[in-house]
Design a protein around this ligand. Sequence first.
Ligand code: G6P
Ligand code: MG
Length: 218
Amino acid sequence: MTKKAFIFDLDGVIVDTAKYHFLAWKKLAATIGVDFTKQQNEQLKGVSRVKSLEKILAWGNKTITEAEFANLMALKNTDYLTYIDKMDEQEILPDVAKTLDFLRDKKQHIALGSASKNARMILEKVNILEKFDIIVDGNDVTKGKPDPEVFLKAAEHLNVPNEHCVVFEDAVAGIQAANNAGMISIGIGEKDILHEADYVFTDFTEIDIDFLNELISR
Ligand code: G6P
Ligand code: MG
């Protein structure tokens, strides 16, 4: 049996950092006189920091200089990191650690595939960095999801064929990236939103051992 690679997105899959991204973007948007809603925040899931700011500026009809753009990016991240700094193991979403441990026990490859440049730090904060064989994050890619680059890099590093990779994702763009890579896509969230995924579960408490065993032995 070939060893599979299980690739986890970070934000919205392992931890709920969307609420911290929201607070930081909202504060930043207010400084430039732009209103930013929870609904808009939903549209930033899986979207890189640069692309997120571009979207916020477009929603607010704002044009700024390159220097201002760089400054706002830095401000947002500094504020975001004040929330991240307070994170600990309690913030790992239900049954995620159990799933990682099960897959480790079954000697499967485990990877992180995230758009975040803060991924490593967050995994350290919640104390699960050592559960991953490889981390591919926003520092390693030039193309954002739905481009498959982040997942393809993980598969390549692990030397696992794409069709033997399973991706857990909460963002539509992330599911599309997994599908574009020819990998098995598992949505974590709402069925209506993640309908392009091969499977969808509300969260990891819904994913049972029989299902994981089936994926491993396929
Ligand atoms: C994830 C989140 C996005 C975030 C992106 C970049 O994909 O879902 O909301 O913008 O990572 O995160 P970073 O930590 O690099 O700002
Ligand atoms: Mg995500």
